[in-house]
Design a protein around this ligand. Structure first.
Ligand code: GLN
Length: 239
């Protein structure tokens, strides 16, 4: 088995170790005998969504999100849209998450029109939402992470990735966090999110393997240390 990961804008969108998500996915697949090939899809590079089994896009500052816009509109927007609707597993973090929605109006009034693959929009405010936080997905997976964003995201018809246990999440008002559509998982969680939350990593991997090879049961891994670290975070910062 071989799984191909496409890492969008790794040089521009990589805050708080977001790249660690690629490392976690890779290591968890290698440990199960699944081969992994990762491509960096930088500005100017042609991107064909069908070439990938998993896509990842990290977070950035308003500045980078603005700089990328031109490149995004030269075809990557259409391909990302295709991947999302074709159920390709995708993880998008913070700035990368915002780019999947309709638009982001920054706190200083700049209008960034995004790809509109998912039904939501984001409004920037001067006061940032910062801190350790936690939320729970519909499968009951408790996720711990770190958020730092000016944008407040308001979901339309798309469902949230989880309900806030503690922290701000999408907007600090409605207790929603992130967005979920088919196999796209979008979240404000930096940290990076997957090494801290192995069950979420395995959810992405199992979707990718299932799409490509049918129903394969992933071999369980020993996550005792990861789960202990997660409990510690919960105890110290959350509950
Ligand atoms: N620029 C966005 C915001 O501040 C995203 C920040 C991030 O990716 N951490 O809302």
């Amino acid at each position: 088995m071989i799984i191909r990961i496409g890492h969008l804008y790794p040089d521009m969108l990589n805050l708080y170790g977001d790249r660690g998500n690629i490392i976690a996915l890779t290591q968890r697949m290698l440990a199960r005998g699944i081969e992994v090939k990762t491509d960096s899809i930088t500005m100017g590079k042609t991107f064909i969504a069908e070439d990938y089994d998993i896509l990842f896009i990290g977070g950035g500052q308003d500045f980078e999100q603005d700089v990328l816009l031109d490149d995004l509109k030269k075809g990557k927007d259409v391909e990302i849209n295709k991947a999302i609707h074709n159920s390709t597993p995708m993880l998008a973090i913070c700035g990368g998450y915002q780019m999947l929605g309709k638009y982001y109006k920054t706190y200083d009034g700049k209008m960034l029109e995004y790809i509109g693959a998912l039904d939501f929009y984001t409004l920037g405010r001067e006061k940032r939402m910062i801190g350790n936080y936690a939320y729970k997905t519909k499968e009951g997976i408790e996720i711990v992470g770190f958020e730092n964003h000016s944008g407040r995201t308001y979901l339309g018809s798309v469902e949230p990735l989880g309900r806030i246990i503690k922290g701000f999440g999408n907007n600090g008002e409605d207790k929603t966090e992130g967005a979920r559509f088919k196999n796209t998982f979008a979240t404000y969680s930096h940290g990076p999110v997957l090494p801290k939350n192995p069950r979420l990593a395995d959810l992405l991997i199992s979707k990718a393997v299932e799409n490509k090879y049918g129903n394969v049961k992933l071999k369980p891994l020993d996550d005792a240390l990861e789960l202990k670290a997660q409990q510690q975070v919960m105890k110290l910062y959350i509950k």
